[in-house]
Design a protein around this ligand. Sequence first.
Ligand code: URA
Length: 202
Amino acid sequence: MKQENPKSLTALNRLIAAAEPMVEGGTRAVLGEGPLHPDLALVGEQPGDQEDLQGRPFVGPAGTLLNRAMAEAGIDRSEVYVTNAVKHFKFEPRGKRRLHARPNAGEVKRYRGWLEKELNFVQPKLVVAMGATAVLALEGKAIPVLKNRGAHLFPGHAGFITVHPSSLLRAPDDAARRTGFAAFVADLKAAKKLATSHRKAA
Ligand code: URA
């Protein structure tokens, strides 16, 4: 990222939207969405196929699961800021399909400056990192998700670490899916409670 000094979230988003997709054939940058000064900002990995096509975060299968988990945790999505560590879909073409490819550490690092600026404009009470890529972007280095699951102080942000909703879609069977989903809902509830306590303390 060259030297950029946007003065507002709108200006930052304009910069992000003007950037080239990461992979040839990618459609657009997917910007974060939601209110400023929310209790929670949820950070995912990168847009998937549907997000790249529709231009909104978490509108594909992982988003459906995330919406269901938020509803069960008593969280209204319209009150939460939702974004990704990496703003473009990285994929490998396979015939007509575009298969998700995980961004590498260098790519996450390149997008990190934007995420930091974005969160500084959004000013959430608590930043929830969902999965390893979000953790890497927010922490500035890789740390294990499961060992650090729960409340976590990221450099510059009160945070919370949980799994990525896609990991629940990959669970080996129904029992594992159910257990994983319940634990994810419990994390979202705990994060909401923590954010509320930060709000009251502010
Ligand atoms: N997975 C993510 O991490 N982000 C999205 O927006 C969709 C799927």
